[in-house]
Design a protein around this ligand. Structure first.
Ligand SMILES: [Zn+2]
Length: 419
């Protein structure tokens, strides 16, 4: 991608009305644009990051047998009346269609996936299975804030699992929790994301939240000092010792919830009469679990935990590009030399692309070296490669990793070994 053509704009100074570091950096670096409170556009740079996160999540969901589908955003009122959520969900967005017909804009999809499963599941042979989607959800949050950490419209991965027995649901639930830990590890926030015990509602004693430690978070978690889990406020109130290791010593941390998993049991299969016939020809209710991850929140949480005073520091596997190629061909230094540098940089750009390395090429002629470097730090692409008169004389480029303090000269022939 040529930076001169990229649809974006960066801003040098911190904006007065941003509410968190990630909000400020993502807006200033041109990754997101705010349309109104809690509603954002993902700009081309931000959308590339979101897609990378999406692909990592998809890979892990397919690994645990999830089949991807896409359910509609619009849901009929009668389905939510059936489960009681039309009246009880205060964050529900509703719309009126023609003939005064009413709909909900999906905040989650139990009221779609359960009647769908009813068309597919008859016998124990049809179980277990799991389906998931990655789709926009709508929630009328009263306090939409902190940039993309709490929004009214957001991308979510929601997986639903269907089981014949409690033991099967329990086993799948644990497998999902482990998979979530692997996802967060792959996204570079594994060490600061805690499996956090939360209240399970009416069908299970506990559910689990996945909470990422950050100062911008609105949640408080209590991390056990002896083992690896945390508990949320509600659980701490009723259960002052660690449910896993019985230790009573906790560290309080601010956090943001990036995922959650629930054993739904028969909460949704009952109202929709979702049953199966077991081996002895008895009708039994199907047991369900649901498993969510907020993609935009994850993106925000990554920035909250991976930045410095100059800008974002993307982990390699979610970065919008792996390489930021910066050409310092300065036309005022004499057109002959500038031309040589530009053609050297262009050749390198094409060669990296030919090797399937994703490159943003700063080909702009009207920016100073200082401006280009400041912007490169703000954007946070993992490798900055500079082509200048000095590097060209040494048949080299200057390589600086965004996460490191110093740069070094690397011979062109050795460059590919870096990635
Ligand atoms: Zn513990």
């Amino acid at each position: 991608m040529l930076q001169s053509k990229l649809f974006y704009k960066t801003t040098k100074n911190k904006s007065a009305d941003t509410e968190s570091v990630s909000h400020d950096l993502l807006v200033r670096a041109g990754y997101i644009d705010q349309l109104m409170a809690g509603v954002f556009t993902f700009m081309p740079l931000g959308y590339r990051v979101l897609k990378n996160i999406e692909n990592i999540i998809r890979k892990h969901m397919e690994n645990i047998g999830g089949q991807e589908l896409l359910m509609p955003v619009l849901q009929p009122k009668e389905n939510l009346v059936k489960t009681g959520r039309w009246d009880s969900l205060d964050i529900l967005f509703t719309v009126k269609g023609s003939g005064d017909k009413e709909y909900a804009m999906g905040p989650t999809h139990e009221e779609v996936v359960t009647p769908l499963a009813k068309k597919m599941v008859f016998s124990y042979r049809d179980l277990p299975f799991s389906v998931f989607q990655i789709q926009t959800k709508f929630r009328d949050e009263l306090r939409a804030k902190s940039g993309i950490l709490r929004t009214r419209e957001f991308m979510m991965k929601d997986l639903y699992s269907f089981h014949a027995t409690q033991a099967d649901l329990d086993a799948y639930y644990e497998k999902s929790a482990k998979t979530y830990a692997n996802i967060f590890k792959e996204l570079g926030i594994g060490k600061i994301t805690y499996r956090t015990m939360a209240s399970g509602g009416s069908f299970s004693k506990y559910s689990d939240e996945f909470q990422t430690e950050t100062q911008a978070g609105e949640d408080i978690i209590y991390v056990c000092k002896k083992c690896d889990i945390a508990i949320n406020k509600e659980i701490k109130a009723e259960n002052p010792i660690c449910p896993k290791c019985k230790n009573a010593d906790f560290e309080e941390k601010k956090s943001v919830e990036v995922g959650n998993i629930f054993k739904l049991g028969t909460k949704y299969s009952s109202p929709f009469d979702l049953k199966f016939t077991d081996k002895d020809a008895n009708d039994k209710p199907v047991l369900m679990g649901c498993y969510g991850i907020g993609l935009g929140r994850l993106l925000g949480a990554i920035v909250e935990t991976s930045h410095d005073d100059k800008g974002i520091i993307w982990p390699k596997n979610v970065a919008p590009f792996l390489v930021h190629l910066v050409s310092l061909g300065n036309p005022s230094a004499g057109s002959g030399q500038a031309k040589k540098i530009t053609s050297f940089a262009e050749k390198l750009y094409k060669s990296l692309q030919a090797q399937s390395i994703e490159v943003l090429y700063d080909d702009r002629q009207n920016k100073t070296a200082g401006e280009k470097f400041a912007e490169s730090d703000l954007l946070g692409i993992p490798y900055r490669i500079v082509v200048s008169e000095k590097t060209m004389m040494a048949n080299s480029v200057e390589v600086k990793e965004r996460s490191k303090a110093t740069a070094r000269l690397v011979k062109i022939k050795d460059l590919v070994k870096l990635f």
